[in-house]
Design a protein around this ligand. Sequence first.
Ligand code: PA5
Length: 426
Amino acid sequence: MIKINCEHALGFLNREPDFNSAKGALDTLLTGSGVGSDFLGWVDLPFNYDKDEFNAIKACAKEIRENADILVVVGVGGSYLGARAAIEFLRQPQLRELKGGYPRIAFTGNGLNSEEMHLLIELLRGKSVYVNVISKSGTTFEPAIAFRLLRNYMEETYGKEEAARRIICTTDKEKGTLKNLADVEGYRTFVVPDDIGGRYSVLTPVGLLPIAASGMDIDAIMQGAKDCAEICKKNSLDNPALIYAATRQAIYNDLDKKIEILSCPAETTRFLSEWWKQLFAESEGKDGRGILPASCIYTKDLHSLGQYIQDGERIMFETWLLFENPLTNLVVPATDDNADGLNYIAGKSLFDIYDCAKKGALEAHVTGGVPCIEISAKDQSAHSLGELFYFFEMACGISGYMQGINPFDQPGVEEYKKNMFRLLGK
Ligand code: PA5
């Protein structure tokens, strides 16, 4: 289960976090009485997801695994980050290299870079390719352009009929350009539920199809989310999401710390932090307020951003993502000559050495004036990942309502689009 330790944050505060306000926010969320309540489908999703659709996702994923060398996943924002976070968190790219047997998952449609797209298309030549294009609105510019290019490639390579068999659309059940295109061309479709916004959609077909196609265990992810939901829906101080939301809001309001750094222990957790950043930035950054989410990978970033965190402007607090148990236990060997002087740690595991680095850095950062929250999951497994997804979604919803904003819209995202479309002559 997700555990939270706020001991190294509470010491900075002159009063307790406002748990009553957090409880009120959770109540608003659970009763659907707040703004944005049309987008609360994620709250009970782990209990009542559509089992027929879940089985259809698994069947489609099996077909992809059996027939594809590469699955190209086209999407941006909430239609991209959750799947990538899961696939990297579960170390699919490395396991695929080592053991084979799974398709490569390539992500595109999340930018407008000609070189990246060109290289991807070159990489596809001579391989068996499936495409999963994901867009809830069905109109988002970046994935639409990428999909136009990929459709061309697929139809030229396989012919229209076979291309249609290899293209799968995840979109609205009835509206949007992508849905219309899928109907006209006969592409298979999976539905993004109306009541779940993009950044809360990782446990819908948006995330589940690419994750299952990668060979990772979506049953365990859903089970983790369900186990976590049982605790994170409790309106009591046993609820770690409630504690997290209340504590980060207290740090922001009472200490004026405007940046939250999610400090993660491995490269494989980088995209979980990217998913987390989008979740909190789009949910909370409103009305001239909100905590700016940032991230670090430790210990790598102790050799770059660490200097600023220790010694720069005192504008941030830190949330440490930790795992209680390693999945493997690599131990530093002893050597006869001790030429590198490391025999003093011979016999220690990398996990235990990381723990000392983490404890040392946390202590230093606290001494340097950085409030620290620790969030621990059991391990870096599919079950824990499901827990983390649900935990952060619930904490974000509570936090947004505590801040008095709608955590389920993103009006600010439209501004750049207006300018871009004007410049493009739309
Ligand atoms: O959280 C959100 O709603 C956004 O980040 C969307 O996921 C993102 O803009 C992509 O939208 P769509 O799935 O409609 O293409």
